[in-house]
Design a protein around this ligand. Structure first.
Ligand SMILES: NC(=O)c1ccc[n+]([C@@H]2O[C@H](COP(=O)([O-])OP(=O)(O)OC[C@H]3O[C@@H](n4cnc5c(N)ncnc54)[C@H](OP(=O)(O)O)[C@@H]3O)[C@@H](O)[C@H]2O)c1
Length: 238
């Protein structure tokens, strides 16, 4: 992709959650119109990558939640990590993607690891902002360590405020020191899904499962629940 002619977005704000996880708010150089769950493509030094948008369409800034992947695997994220407020980067004007909310079934189970939570935050912010109803959401977020459960506070607050939203965070390395004091669920998020589907009585005919993040987590959810008749959607981050 020739990125030199793309419009430039300005970094309006930045927040660092850990040494490697950070959030950028971008002031887009175009009128944006997208559906929650879609992604935008940003580029620096000729390297372009897609990022799911965390913000909802009604928000002015485009919010991206990014994990710095060290070289040699990571090419763009170390550059993005170096950005400060006021800096610019290229942004493709077309926002794309099919990982959008399907309201055709009442129960929506949103399963994520770490940065995979991005599209689901957008779904929920949008759903609430538009005053929609009729859906029940269960957001499930897994990470090795509690510090990586980004957006956990926001999801907890949404769950406390709206009885149609529940939130289950889980840490997969409960015995390691960074998880000292953790009182929530433990184990990989994919291993919690069956228990919660049973607990909530979410049957295959009334439920859509969405999985986003670690590709093996996604594969495991698909392999376990598609054969039972669950409608399954995925977005891999790798
Ligand atoms: N290229 C990319 O876009 C990209 C994006 C994100 C991460 N990464 C790379 O992935 C590495 C770790 O990233 P991370 O800590 O953010 O995420 P991660 O390794 O994907 O871990 C997040 C969660 O997924 C679990 N998990 C790991 N392997 C799994 C499997 N086979 N099946 C089911 N669940 C699994 C982890 O459990 P455990 O605690 O048991 O491992 C943890 O709970 C880094 O080296 C990073 O470079 C690459």
């Amino acid at each position: 992709m020739d990125t030199s002619k793309l419009p430039r977005a300005r970094v309006a704000a930045r927040r660092d959650l850990t040494d490697d996880l950070f959030v950028l708010w971008l002031d887009p150089p175009f009128q944006h119109d997208f559906q929650p769950g879609q992604y935008c493509t940003v580029a620096m030094e000729g390297i372009a990558r897609p990022y799911s948008i965390v913000s909802a369409p009604h928000e002015e800034l485009i919010e991206l939640f990014i994990e710095r992947i060290p070289e040699p695997d990571g090419k763009l994220t170390p550059l993005l990590h170096g950005l400060q407020v006021g800096d610019e980067l290229a942004m493709a004007p077309k926002i794309k993607g099919h990982f959008t909310l399907d309201p055709s079934k009442p129960n929506q189970v949103l399963i994520a690891t770490v940065t995979g939570i991005a599209p689901f935050v957008s779904y929920l912010r949008d759903y609430i902002a538009r005053g929609l109803s009729g859906q029940r959401f269960l957001a499930m977020l897994g990470a090795s360590y509690q510090q990586d459960l980004a957006y956990g506070d926001e999801l907890q607050a949404l769950a406390a405020e709206h009885d149609f939203i529940d939130f289950v965070p889980t840490v997969s390395r409960p015995d390691e020191q960074p998880n000292a004091g953790w009182q929530g669920e433990t184990g990989r998020v994919n291993k919690q899904v069956g228990k919660y589907l049973d607990e909530y009585g979410f049957s295959p005919e009334k439920t859509i499962l969405y999985a986003c993040g670690n590709p093996q987590m996604i594969a495991d959810v698909r392999e376990n629940f598609e054969p039972l008749g669950y409608d399954f959607r995925e977005e891999k981050y790798w």
